[in-house]
Design a protein around this ligand. Structure first.
Ligand code: SF4
Length: 369
């Protein structure tokens, strides 16, 4: 099996090149060809020594993900479905905005966390992506969209696609380093976001290993409700999660944590619950709230909060001085909203047996209404 060079951050690539008898500066040249120029053919890496090109040929490759489909939304968003083998597919979404281009990247095939409002969680989990498979999403998108010149197209990456990034920590951290490396994509730490459902010990590790912007899926103001919406809350609970957020901010590139809050009609969207959130985080965790309109899918049995309810909920937070945004639903016509990156997963966790399904005609799954 040939080595996939997309699996390597710069230090790992330097180590690989050293094993071939090459100096670190050769690894830097190779890294720049791969990530800055998008070149996959060693023969075209013109300033690379012939001897190194000969060593790489047959031993190494740049293994891109096979593209299964591409869907372009009327609003400019693009969703790519990649075949990751074994009957599995993952999705990557590009979201153009006036000031920047954002790429939403997947970290796992499916997800074992099983959040009740998430279509990925309802599909179950198949496997972790490798570093190369995570980086390949950015490599593909950046070089597919870049038309001539060297102007960067993607300057914002959010690990909010399929999967819980911190459950695939060993592969995600080197991928983050490739994104941040000046010889790679040169992204600002403030423009790379890891979105987690709240794995406390791994938030602490990320703070030490590779602090980037942090988004936390909160979705509830108390443990009783969060235990049911985000099952891993039963392990640490909200208090421990918020304490980890405060510790994280000591090293983070931004001076706030973003709390994601998926608005579910009659479940977590009352004014009382907004006031409970204010009491929970106010004056304690520097934060912003991002209210996410729920994208209904048949098995959830949940409904999207009305626009009026979302605005009223936001007003309670804003009146308490908490910066609150309401996520625009980009790419609705291609199912590109967070938690809607369905892909196709061969479930190895039999999650469908653990997650209760709504009875036909039910408003909410048992225990949530
Ligand atoms: S919201 Fe995130 S952590 Fe929860 S099931 Fe979906 S992908 Fe997994």
């Amino acid at each position: 099996m040939t080595v996939n060079l997309l699996d390597f951050d710069l230090d790992a690539l330097a180590g690989y090149c050293e094993g071939l008898g090459e100096k670190r500066f050769r690894a830097v040249q190779l890294f720049r060809w791969i990530h800055q120029k998008g070149e996959s053919d060693f023969a075209r890496m013109s300033d690379l020594a012939q001897s190194l090109r000969a060593k790489l040929a047959g031993a190494a490759e740049l293994r891109a993900l096979p593209l299964a489909s591409e869907h372009r939304s009327a609003d400019g968003s693009i969703k790519w479905l990649f075949d990751v083998g074994g009957g599995n597919a993952i999705e990557t979404v590009y979201i153009p905005e006036a000031e920047r281009g954002t790429l939403c990247v997947s970290s796992q095939v499916g997800c074992a966390v099983g959040c009740r409002f998430c279509s990925t969680g309802h599909q179950g989990f198949s496997r972790n992506l490798s570093t190369g498979e995570i980086v390949a999403q950015l490599w593909f998108a950046e070089h597919r969209l870049r038309v001539g010149g060297s102007q960067r197209v993607i300057d914002n990456v959010v690990m909010m696609g399929m999967g819980e990034p911190l459950q695939n920590y060993a592969a995600v951290v080197p991928a983050l380093r490739v994104m941040l490396d000046d010889h790679g994509y040169g992204l600002s730490r403030r423009r790379v976001t890891v979105s987690t459902s709240g794995m406390v010990a791994l938030i602490d590790r990320l703070r030490e290993d590779c602090p980037v912007a942090l988004a936390v899926s909160l979705h509830a103001p108390d443990d009783a409700l969060r235990d049911r919406l985000v099952p891993l809350n039963r392990k640490d609970g909200i208090e421990a999660l918020l304490a980890a957020c405060v510790r994280y901010l000591a090293r983070a590139p931004r001076d706030f944590v973003t709390f994601e809050y998926c608005m579910l009609e009659g479940v977590n969207d009352s004014d009382d619950q907004a006031r409970a959130l204010v009491r929970l985080v106010g004056g304690r965790v520097p934060c912003k709230f991002n209210l996410i309109p729920f994208n209904p899918f048949p098995a959830s049995g949940l409904r999207r909060s009305s626009r009026e309810r979302v605005l009223a909920f936001a007003a309670v937070l804003q009146q308490a001085g908490i910066v609150t945004t309401i996520r625009r639903t980009r790419g609705d016509d291609i199912d590109a909203a967070c938690g809607q990156l369905a892909g196709e997963v061969q479930d190895r966790t039999r999650v469908h047996l653990r997650l209760p399904r709504a009875a036909p005609g039910a408003t909410h799954p048992a225990g949530l209404a």
